[in-house]
Ligand binder design. Sequence first.
Ligand code: MN
Length: 359
Amino acid sequence: MTTPTTIRALAVERLDIPLRAPFGIAGGAQELARNLLVTLELADGTRGYGEAAPFPAFNGETQADALAAIEALRSRIEGADVREWRAIAALLRETIAHAGSARCAIETAVLDALTRRAGMPLYVFFGGASAWLETDMTITTGTVEEAATAAQEIVGRGIRVIKVKIGASDLALDLARIGAIHAVAPDAPLLLDGNGGMSADTTLALLGALQVQGLRPALLEQPVPAEDWEGLQQITRWSGVPVAADESAASASSVLRLVAERAADVINIKLMKCGVVEALDIVAIARAAGLGLMIGGMVESVLAMTMSAHFAAGLGGFTFVDLDTPMFLAENPFHGGFRQQGARLGLDHITAGHGVEPR
Ligand code: MN
């Protein structure tokens, strides 16, 4: 039966966005965000939009993988009713489990269409705990000089919390970069993200060297590879700083394992890893286990980052917020979305859905 909320059409197109500078992490650099835009149209004409942001250097998922996954599911999404959003998410989990960004794009578009039609902003749909967040800004891998310049720019923007990508080269370079950043921004809490590029021994050596300089990071994110559960557990136990799992926290079941093995203090939740609905499960597991919450993303435009902002603000309780990649893009293909002032991301002006549309 066709209801007004039945999906009449799903369209997917490439969304290639140039960056101001390459976004480098331990596993490689992204010079162009090779993303996808999913547009759903309901029987009553309502549209919903979702973005996929596969990041090959993070977990190997490519634009071609995500596009193929969405195309493969198109005929089963068309004809579904967005009011059955959990059933749609279950279908995606069963059929394209490893195409996390494709799941995220479709689920975002489904929830956007549902809540646009209902005249409800997504942060209210998710719980209405808050309508604003304070984001950090990232310093990507590079030289000492580049790190110092980036730190100056971040301070100039009025952003307080600095995230630093480490683990791409040797320990000495990372120590010099962190020292240069700290010299520019001595009061900035530093979040160090290894993206799985270090060993447990190197990580503990880095923290020891920082301690000698009187420097204690506010968070240490995924220092060791995703599959090094024992290393992550050891660092969580012995490092003396809060440890976040990101690459190791790819699904709800992997977060259960992190809880069982006490291998992290904080979970970095990214809708691109497993879609929106499984991310809700992850929030519930983390909360029940007393773990801290972080919201992050891949190299995403304002569309996907605004969706994540609705998710984190609406649910509440996110201690770490890393929704900064729109600041790295050379173009903004959209209008609407969160309003940013310095580090502050506001959603309270949004009246329906996520509030982002193509230009
Ligand atoms: Mn990370």
